[in-house]
Design a protein around this ligand. Structure first.
Ligand code: SF4
Ligand code: SF4
Length: 220
């Protein structure tokens, strides 16, 4: 989910790039009684983008299954309806297994990959910040942001994140300046259909599929 925050309050104050080194560690919260603290009590904040839906489809959870099994819900994020992980009544992620581990680790959403890093967006760039109040492991080993993400093509993924953020921002502005409930509903339905409801092919490049969908959406 997107927030406007004072970075000096939540981070170490550095704006990192993909190739920068940051000190991070994760031991799965073995020091706590409930393992993987970041997989609990996130409520509706783990928003999913088309890359996340593609990854979850690869893990055997296409969008329709996620929706029918109530693993995800749709909620407005400043006017734009977006899917997010549905944490259960006890505050746990639906993908946590009985041992307190992520059952879809290789396909986990981008926000989970980053944690305790978070993304920020400047005028023409994407940057990363290290959140200092979220993870109980304050120190760790030097690691590049690229390696922490653990994606084969992090540069292309980063470009996708920037493009998606730009598209959602522009769409939000359009929704907020469009009069008429019916028109806004039609636009939102098209947005969800193109980027989420239409199934992704797991055997094809995500980025090529996304580029076609982006083109289709921009023609509306
Ligand atoms: S809160 Fe920190 S240490 Fe615990 S599982 Fe998440 S990233 Fe790892
Ligand atoms: S998807 Fe995996 S890493 Fe992300 S919150 Fe759920 S269990 Fe944790």
């Amino acid at each position: 989910m997107e927030h406007k925050v004072d970075l000096t309050e939540i981070s170490d104050g550095t704006l990192y790039s993909l190739n920068d080194t940051v000190t991070l560690s994760c031991d799965g919260c073995r020091c706590l009684s409930e393992h993987a603290r970041c997989c609990h009590f996130a409520e509706d904040t783990i928003t999913l983008d088309p890359f996340d839906i593609f990854q979850l489809t690869c893990a055997g959870y296409p969008f329709v299954t996620l929706f029918q099994k109530e693993i995800i819900s749709l909620a407005p994020v400043s006017s734009v309806l977006l899917p997010h992980l549905n944490f259960n009544d006890s505050g746990s992620c639906p993908f946590l297994d009985a041992d307190g581990r992520c059952s879809i680790h290789a396909f986990r959403p981008g926000l989970c990959r980053l944690f305790p890093l978070a993304r920020g967006y400047g005028e023409n760039r994407l940057f990363y910040v290290k959140q200092i109040h979220e993870c109980p492991i304050p120190t760790g080993q030097p690691v590049s942001v690229r390696d922490w993400l653990g994606l084969a093509d992090a540069t292309r993924y980063e470009q996708f994140c920037f493009d998606w953020h730009t598209l959602v921002t522009q769409f939000r502005e359009r929704l907020q300046t469009t009069s008429g409930h019916e028109t806004r509903t039609t636009l939102s339905t098209r947005f969800l259909s193109i980027f989420f409801f239409a199934p992704y092919e797991t055997g094809a490049s995500f980025y090529e599929q996304y580029a076609l969908r982006q083109k289709e959406f921009k023609e509306i």
